[in-house]
Write a new protein. Structure first.
Length: 347
């Protein structure tokens, strides 16, 4: 249940309230008892008028085109980069502090990019831009593990392959995967839908997410490099990635090779990672144990397994990482930013 509202609790707006991240954020606000005086659910005009339940109360979705942001203190934006680029400036101009869950402002020098378990100090003061950026869904779990490794051994380089779920494309991505899977099972020769994913994602993997850059990397891969450098405060971090879409409904996975400046001892590494907040190490005691998107457990933890220090190079090790991309990778991190702002009185 939510905490008892008080005059000091913020008035909040959820932009993109009917989307996959927006509905997850509503669920987390209920679960974590985030205190608020008022809550406004906001979406595109075509979704306005819909009714959603928050903390047992029915709320009608309001239209973004006519919403007055001067009526709220805090606005979560989870409706896509194009919406954020158009409307966030309106929200901040009317006095709202924005937590933006898109790529629109992440690399803006005046906008902090925050994972509270890593760089919460960025929230000690209200940002001049009026915006706090929420990182990419694959960046968040990675930097939560890289921070203690950098502090203990120093990171020389990192090579990461991601295995990203259909829910990264929202409700429409999940629906297309399910429909394409049904069609492929009924008739392997049929052409399944391939709007959200090209080619169709059912029974396939696609090593291409977001747009192609001149470098040959995709924007998703560039985001992970740039965002990790900014969050960790390591402007020269040597990190390279291949981002792959896989036919999983929800939760992203990552295989990460980390090479350090000093020799790493496996048991110490497992203890170090297991001591981090909201991190579950699956093979701390049972070597070789691993999480999967279906079996990992609590969706609010980063799950780690297959911890292997390379015998031929004891400065390097592998991690297998699984995290719920709608929660840890988006809505939960955004809400934890709001919780940290509230605790600091910087809303």
């Amino acid at each position: 249940m939510p905490l008892t509202p008080s005059d000091s609790a913020p008035r909040i707006a959820l932009v993109g309230a009917t989307g996959a991240v927006g509905t997850t954020l509503i669920q987390l606000i209920e679960e974590r008892g985030f205190p608020y005086r008022e809550i406004h659910l906001v979406a595109s005009p075509r979704s306005a008028g819909r009714e959603l339940t928050v903390d047992g109360r029915t709320c009608q979705v309001e239209s973004l085109d006519t919403f007055d942001f001067s009526t709220v203190d805090l606005a979560f934006f989870s409706a896509g980069s194009s919406v954020s680029r158009k409307w966030v400036s309106h929200a901040t101009a009317q006095g709202a502090l924005v937590i933006d869950n898109t790529n629109a402002f992440r690399m803006d020098p005046g906008t902090p990019l925050v994972v509270p378990q890593v760089n919460a100090g960025e929230l000690d003061r209200r940002p001049a831009s009026g915006i706090v950026a929420n990182p990419n869904c694959s960046t968040i779990p990675l930097v939560r593990l890289l921070r203690p490794v950098e502090d203990r051994w120093g990171i020389r380089r990192a090579v990461v392959s991601t295995y990203q779920a259909a829910s990264g494309r929202g409700h429409s991505g999940i629906a297309e995967l399910k429909e394409a899977s049904r069609i492929a099972l009924e008739d392997p020769a049929a052409q399944p839908p391939a709007v959200e994913f090209t080619p169709a994602l059912a029974f396939d993997v696609i090593p291409f997410i977001d747009e192609l850059l001149d470098s040959g990397f995709t924007l998703e891969e560039q985001k992970m490099l740039q965002e990790s450098r900014k969050i960790l405060g390591l402007p020269h971090l040597d990190l390279t990635t291949t981002c792959v879409r896989v036919p999983v409904v929800n939760s992203h996975s990552e295989a990460a090779w980390i090479e350090c400046d000093d020799v790493v001892e496996r048991d110490e590494l497992a203890r170090l990672l297991g001591a981090q907040p909201e991190v579950t190490v699956h093979d701390k005691d049972v070597i070789g144990a691993f999480p999967t998107p279906r079996t990992a457990g609590t969706p609010d933890h980063v799950h780690v397994g297959r911890i292997r220090v390379a015998p031929h190079n004891p400065r390097g090790f592998w991690l297998w990482v699984v995290a719920d991309n709608l929660r840890i990778g988006a809505a939960l991190n955004a809400l934890q930013i709001a919780e940290a702002l509230t605790e600091r009185g910087t809303l």
